[in-house]
Design a protein around this ligand. Structure first.
Ligand SMILES: [Zn+2]
Ligand SMILES: [Zn+2]
Length: 264
């Protein structure tokens, strides 16, 4: 069995006291059958530093992009386009809109989001979308920029069922994090029951949002197994079936050779 953490911030983990280094994190994950990782960028300097930190590994791929909450300083779209060309970059992002934490950068967030989709469409690389308190604008921009061409995933999904349906109609994938295990997440569990198995991804979004029973501690890729186990019970299927499906979906969405996703 191979589980994939489709969204982790490997540069944000605690390397002072919790982990020795990146290899240590990946080894702990492997012991729980988590063997492949998408390391997600939030700024361009952060992307460069993250690539340096992690290095070239068979079981780690990257996204490149600027998070909606990092739009207070302008950045160079041409630089984003250039960095995104690299073969190690399988996705654009994370991008999207976050009006919950920042209202004053709305115009910059929207322009940046559009640019990520345009580059994704040009390079045929899917987008990783973050949205919070911005449902209408997120869906409008996805439609206007024809994001169904490059496709993508709504990561760390916390929206309602109606939003999930619109995204599925657009061909998007829905990714569930540890939030689905939280006590008060009944509405989200309804969405997870609804989303077809062939459109579902799993993630940690580590170092944030550790699933039960680690809630409140720092999250790490190993814990995507707890998300997977929880979802398999919710869907009434075995963990093996859920693992195979989400790994297959990951391979399909991000154009990663299935042979690379082995337990080896
Ligand atoms: Zn996010
Ligand atoms: Zn994230």
């Amino acid at each position: 069995m191979l589980l994939v953490d489709s969204h982790c911030h490997l540069d944000g983990l605690d390397y002072q006291s919790l982990h020795k280094d990146v290899s240590d994190v990946l080894e702990k994950a492997k012991r729980r059958d988590v063997g492949f990782f998408l390391a997600v960028a939030t700024t361009l300097p952060g992307y460069r530093a993250m690539v340096d930190l992690i290095g070239e590994r068979d079981n780690v791929v990257f996204s490149c992009g600027v998070h909606p909450l990092h739009q207070d300083e302008p950045y160079d779209y041409a630089e984003l386009r250039e960095l995104a060309r690299s073969s190690r970059v399988v996705a654009m992002g994370e991008t999207g809109l976050d009006y919950f934490y920042q209202q004053e950068t709305k115009p910059q967030q929207q322009a940046s989001f559009r640019e990520h989709i345009r580059i994704g469409n040009t390079l045929n690389k899917p987008i990783i979308v973050h949205t919070r308190s911005a449902r209408e604008d997120t869906l409008a921009i996805l439609r206007e920029e024809q994001a169904e061409k490059c496709g993508g995933v709504l990561h760390c999904f916390t929206e309602d069922l109606a939003t999930a349906k619109v995204l599925l109609d657009l061909g998007f994938y829905i990714s569930f994090s540890g939030i689905v295990t939280f006590k008060n997440a009944e509405a989200l569990r309804d969405v997870a029951r609804y989303v077809p198995l062939d459109r579902m991804l799993i993630e940690t979004d580590s170092p944030w949002l550790a699933p039960v029973p680690f809630r409140g501690q720092e999250n790490q890729p190993a814990y995507v197994r707890d998300v997977a186990e929880y979802l398999s019970v919710l869907k009434g299927i075995s963990l093996d079936v859920l693992a195979a499906a989400t790994t297959e979906n990951f391979s399909r969405l991000f154009h990663i050779d299935r042979l690379r996703l082995t337990t080896g």
